[in-house]
Design a protein. Structure first.
Length: 87
């Protein structure tokens, strides 16, 4: 029972933190303005999220796998946009 409660907290955190990141991806995609995005920060963030995803698989944590799978895609898109739309 306690493990289920912990996973529920994990899913709530996963949904909130993942959802918080999506408006930036959408705004960047629509405006193609990447001037305020730091490529080194995006790369470090992407590597960190990939690491969290691997950790989630190793810990067999559905909430971590769910959140980080979506955030890997989102952060990859921001890196892609930063490179594609840079001036």
């Amino acid at each position: 029972m306690q493990d289920s409660f912990i996973e529920i907290i994990g899913f709530i955190a996963a949904i909130l933190t993942t959802a918080a990141f999506l408006p930036q991806v959408y705004k960047t995609w629509k405006t193609k303005d990447v001037s305020s995005l730091s490529l080194p920060m995006l790369l470090l963030f992407f590597i960190g999220i990939v690491s969290w995803l691997a950790y989630g698989f190793l810990k067999n944590s559905p909430s971590m796998i769910f959140a980080n799978s979506i955030t890997v895609v989102s952060s990859f898109l921001l890196v892609y946009f930063k490179i594609k739309y840079r001036e």
